[in-house]
Design a protein around this ligand. Structure first.
Ligand SMILES: C[S@@+](CC[C@H](N)C(=O)[O-])C[C@H]1O[C@@H](n2cnc3c(N)ncnc32)[C@H](O)[C@@H]1O
Length: 332
């Protein structure tokens, strides 16, 4: 299932989407064997100026106790990843979050699911594959990022039911109503424009009997959520100022997501907002990146905002903002 094994959908990939991701600014990861702790490199020169993004083992354990027992045993198989400055367990935290947002999803054992925007770490793919069980099937669509997909899916014992497909979700290579549910978890933000979101939702409604979305909302109830948003909201502006595309767009409100689904021909059947109560350090990006912004006043403004966002994160930690969860069906 590495890029050599990933099926490429007919029509190929738009080369404009093949660029590096902001996460590639972090050091390249080293994998440990599942279940084994890795030694974190404490050499300060090996880190970004940002402090280590701390894990929160007590809260993780509390959320795990609220989950079905099979979730704990599966997360125990997820490789620890040494990616300074992130805590080596960050992938387990993120997968636990995906299990939580999927709790109310209408996904039955044996179901056939389409996933849009699977990403390099299969963060939602593994929880989806666990939900469908050994008789089920997850087709994981991703435009360009496959770097760790194979190792993670295999380590979790899910490769018998995951079918990775390299494709642009604006043109899905599947017949109508092939899947029980078409999902996109924390991927709407990466679809580059609202026009692209509408096109992707239309495709998901075409091939799936229902559409299930989960995406962070631009709201905060706690200081730790505010700290996450302060750093996250800088990303689009910084990447634009550096001359690249918007890698991650600002989070959309729940009502805006509903409007976009309706524009795509869908009818929203249910919506809810979930406070997942878990840390989330992935919005962090190196301050040094902003030094590359040419315009001096903009650079100074962005550096000041990065410092304030970082300071907030140091003081309060950074948490997932509330997550909007939407279930829709095609209106036709
Ligand atoms: C935020 S990331 C990973 C989200 C992942 N589902 C999770 O739970 O963390 C979203 C992914 O969507 C992919 N993506 C963006 N536009 C896409 C498109 N038009 N078709 C397929 N994948 C796309 C990006 O390459 C990126 O890897």
């Amino acid at each position: 299932m590495d890029p050599g094994e990933v099926r490429v959908a007919a029509g190929g990939i738009d080369p404009r989407h093949a660029g590096p991701s902001p996460s590639s600014f972090f050091q390249s990861p080293r994998w440990s064997r599942p279940g084994r702790l890795v030694e974190v490199d404490l050499n300060p020169s090996a880190r970004t100026p940002a402090a280590v993004a701390e894990g929160d083992p007590e809260r993780y354990a509390a959320r795990l106790r609220e989950s079905p027992p099979e979730v704990a045993s599966l997360l125990g198989r997820v490789p620890l990843l040494e990616t300074p400055p992130l805590d080596p367990s960050w992938l387990r935290y993120e997968m636990l979050e995906r299990f939580r947002v999927l709790q109310g999803a209408p996904i039955a054992k044996g179901a056939s699911i389409l996933e849009v925007g699977a990403g390099a770490h299969a963060i939602a793919t593994v929880p989806l594959a666990s939900r469908v069980g050994p008789g089920g099937h997850v087709v994981a669509i991703e435009l360009s990022r496959w770097s760790h997909f194979r190792e993670i899916v295999a380590a979790c014992g899910m490769d018998d039911r995951v079918d990775p497909v390299r494709a642009d979700a604006r043109h899905l290579p599947h017949p109508s109503k092939r899947f029980e549910v078409a999902t996109c978890l924390h991927g709407v933000r990466s679809l580059r424009s609202e026009a692209a979101m509408v096109r992707v939702f239309r495709e998901m409604l075409r091939v799936g009997r229902s559409l299930f979305l989960a995406e962070s909302l631009p709201t905060a109830h706690t200081e730790a959520q505010r700290a996450h948003l302060a750093m996250y909201d800088l990303r689009e502006e910084v990447f634009r100022a550096l001359g690249g595309g918007p890698d991650d767009l600002g989070y959309r409100s729940l009502s805006r997501l509903c409007e976009l689904i309706e524009e795509a021909g869908g009818e929203v059947r249910s919506s809810e907002v979930l406070d997942v109560d878990l840390p989330h350090a992935l919005a962090l990006f190196p301050r040094a990146l902003i030094e590359g912004v040419q315009e001096p006043r903009l650079r100074a403004d962005l550096l000041g905002r990065w410092d304030r966002a970082h300071e907030l994160g140091q003081r309060h930690g950074t948490d997932h903002p509330p997550v909007g969860i939407l279930l829709a069906e095609g209106s036709a």
